[in-house]
Design a protein around this ligand. Structure first.
Ligand code: GTP
Ligand code: MG
Length: 300
């Protein structure tokens, strides 16, 4: 391998739901390409986050593939599709980032180990180290899990604050193959604005609906038009049951108004321009277990 050659590689970000895969992806990319929330199963689609920079004097392009949390409960068509998306991703990448929470190693992690390709390096990212009650617990924990699998490397981080993420970047760079970049140097994701707009609205729904969050909920962008610097977006919030419609709208429409306003701000920040957003709620029963409805909502 020549010293100055460019390195480019795909890295799958996998793990149980809610361990911080999307927070880590965003932190690595330096922008919010993937939505995050306190709730499990926030990510439903594979999303590429791109980081192009020099590491140790070499140009590197990291293409992170953020995936839905791999989960074994709730078996419906949506979850089957999400799990399939994780396994397909694993087949195509140069290295795997397995994300876990510091201090937690259980059957969910072990099940994921069984899916990992034996011929690819697996880096274990131990996230949320800030949550450990006692920092002295970290080393014995790392020692214990290092015996569970032949990890290529183990890197503890705090994705939320960015602690030790630079160390992770250096470690990952050693696993990138020599190859020309796939994306432009300033690209941060493969996903079009239309998709990102739907995701931002979904994130605000997740965050504003608290415990009342209806399980079967999705966002459909019905219109996306750009006039100069202004983006006009019409979005439908798709719910599974008529009763959920009232929850999303809230008393006097207040809740949906707040959600739409948060979403508009998030879109303006990511797109760097003004957004005019109109939202409404529609009921589509059973969509989360209907393969055709899932396709029309953009699930692969
Ligand atoms: N304390 C702490 N919280 C974190 C850290 N990283 C992520 N979180 C929080 O963990 C929660 C889940 O984060 P996500 O990034 O959405 O997790 P995910 O693994 O992508 O979740 P799914 O897409 O649902 O599988 C959010 O509330 C984050 O703010 C961290 O380093 N420390
Ligand atoms: Mg996620």
């Amino acid at each position: 391998m020549s010293e100055n050659a460019c390195r480019t590689g795909y890295l799958a970000v996998v793990g149980r739901p809610n361990v911080g895969k999307s927070t880590l992806t965003n932190r690595l990319v330096g922008a919010k390409v993937s939505i995050t929330s306190k709730k499990a199963q926030t990510t439903r689609h594979r999303i590429h986050g791109v980081l192009t920079r020099e590491v140790g004097g070499r140009s590197c392009q990291f293409i992170f593939v953020d995936t839905p949390g791999f989960q074994t409960r709730h078996r419906n068509a949506l979850n089957r599709l999400m799990n399939r998306s994780v396994t397909q991703t694993l087949a195509d990448v140069d290295a795997v980032l397995l994300v876990i929470e510091a201090g937690r190693w259980g059957s969910g992690e072990k099940e994921i180990l069984d899916l990992l390709p034996s011929e690819r390096p697996v880096l274990l990212v131990v996230n949320k180290v800030d949550r450990l009650a006692d920092r002295n617990d970290l080393l014995p924990f790392l020692d214990k899990i290092s015996k569970e699998f032949a990890f290529a490397d183990i890197v503890p981080v705090c994705a939320e604050r960015g602690d030790n993420v630079e160390e992770l970047v250096k470690t990952m760079s050693t696993y990138l193959p020599e190859a020309a970049p796939v994306f432009d140097a300033d690209d941060i994701t493969d996903r079009p604005e239309r998709f990102l707009a739907a995701e931002i609205l979904r994130e605000k729904l997740f965050r504003n609906l608290g415990e009342e969050l209806p399980y079967g909920m999705a966002v459909e962008i019905e219109k996306f038009e750009q006039e100069g610097g202004l983006r006009r977006i019409h979005a439908a919030v798709v719910v599974d049951k008529a009763a959920h419609k009232a929850i999303v709208i809230g008393k006097g429409g207040e809740r949906l108004k707040r959600i739409a306003s948060d979403a508009r701000k998030g879109m303006e920040e990511l797109f760097g321009g003004k957004v005019w957003l109109e939202t409404w709620v529609k009921v589509k029963s059973g969509w989360a277990d209907d393969e055709r409805a899932l396709k029309s909502l953009g699930y692969e």
